[in-house]
Design a binder for this molecule. Sequence first.
Ligand code: FAD
Ligand code: NDP
Length: 509
Amino acid sequence: MAARRLWSWRKAAELRVGARGLTGKHDYDLLVIGGGSGGLACSKEAAQYDKKVAVLDYVEPSPKGTRWGLGGTCVNVGCIPKKLMHHGALLGNAIKDAKNYGWDISLPVHHDWSVMANAIQDHVKSLNWGHFVQLQDKKVKYLNFKGVFVDQHTIQGESRKGEKTRLTAENIVLAAGGRPRYPVDIPGAELGISSDDLFWLQESPGKTLVIGASYVALECAGFLTGIGLDTSLMVRSIPLRGFDQQMAHLVTDYMMSYGTRIFWKCTPVKIEKLNSGKLQVVWKNLESNVEERESFDTVMWAIGRTPVTQDLCLDKAGVQINPETRKVIVGANEETSVSHIYAIGDIAEGRPELTPPAIKAGKMLAHRLYGKSAQLMDYDNVATTVFTPLEYGCVGLSEEEAVRRHGEDSVEIYHAYYKPLELTVAQRDVTQCYVKMICLHEDDQRILGLHFIGPNAGEVIQGFALGIKCNATYSQLVSTVGIHPTCAEEVNKLNITKRSGLDATVTSC
Ligand code: FAD
Ligand code: NDP
């Protein structure tokens, strides 16, 4: 509420001093730094209002020298290549399942990394081109320059060849995202790659150790295992911090049964390159304090991402960052400490590091700046999916968070272990296919969170997210009729509470 008041007060003040009248003094009405999910969406939307808009996008090569084109993390080194490699891995399983459906396939089947990687890289390049064309169509000026602040309205852009240009703008949007973090205190850390490199490898990474335990680590370890590589995951504490931990452990249980080795409670000590070219990793087991070692073809760091605020010279403009996270501090209206500079997406403090919120925030910001909208982005109840071999989709609160906020007695949990029909004939282990709905215990049992592990979890959760946004209750949800036979209908059929202690295994079809 306070943020809304501040927003309208500032807008009114700007109009009084004729801030819009500044147009003409500057090269651009809006300059966006970063042509990724948030920046492209914001710039294209702003241009619809007949504003003069430019977007600067520049990819700093990874420490291993990997570089890519326009579109940001999601397109080039995130969601898109990741989901395609995940799909590639699932196809391998489908081939094995197919035998039970009568297909005559001689096993084992062989996977060729370079065929997959080339096909995916070609698709990504087509998306780079598509973004370029869209910017042209929408009359957004695209500049392949690295932008840094000179002052509050001036950005210096520098091309790869070192050409420099100065651009001024009335409004500036920071949408420069983040990059994978490397550890600073582990000898040999530079021998490892990051997800930025993995998707652009021409050759198979071979036997791989993935270090980390969140989205990137689990997803990458998952598809590497799925395509038949000897894959290990090193987890120093818990998997998927911030997620419902019962669900997170079901995800890792499935991964272990699927073939991923998991080194629990272990942390790397050093990496050395052996004469054979392999990488020897020494790590410490944090429980036993014992050091162990093993060699791998590839070590991949997936230990989080750092916002790219360091190189932007934000101090020249007076834009404040959180010194701990290094993210740009923003208000509910995406405004930074400087009233005409905004930040959206991964670079902004407290925002989910996901593509759809970055896109939506970018579009809504453009509507507030140049349309008549006063609507703020709602970051609550953003649905997400972890694309592990058995996918995990969720929206709303985890069980832990619901109990923390409302108390154990005020929370009712409905759950079910179910069997996806298509996996029964395939004789796959479905022990971890599970649905959990967290509701308030009182009255009509408003739904606080929904968690789903199983095939196509993202497709299942997306629709239910609408219900949760609309404050749906348990009784409303179970009053809708399921679609049979699907996995999603298991949500509509939930009737066993955790509190009852009854067996939650679904036995009928
Ligand atoms: P980005 O997309 O990172 O774009 C920022 C752009 O700015 C980049 O092109 C960068 O090179 C450029 N830039 C940086 N500094 C400058 C500068 N000084 N001048 C000019 N340009 C600059 N999200 C999902 O929703 N679903 C998923 O399945 C998913 N999978 C992911 C998988 C991986 C491996 C990773 C790493 C991320 C994944 N994400 C996923 C997260 C998603 O990719 C990000 O949240 C999203 O891309 C953030 O968008 P953004 O606009 O903030 O920044
Ligand atoms: P996160 O910040 O989510 O997690 C970092 C992980 O690395 C944690 O498991 C952390 O463990 C571990 N870690 C940190 N430092 C070390 C260390 N020194 N040694 C060992 N382990 C360490 O990072 P991600 O890179 O996985 O993801 C970044 C963001 O990208 C996510 O938050 C997500 O929003 C987005 N993303 C979304 C995807 C999707 O939508 N499907 C897919 C991939 C990414 P600990 O818990 O002990 O700190």
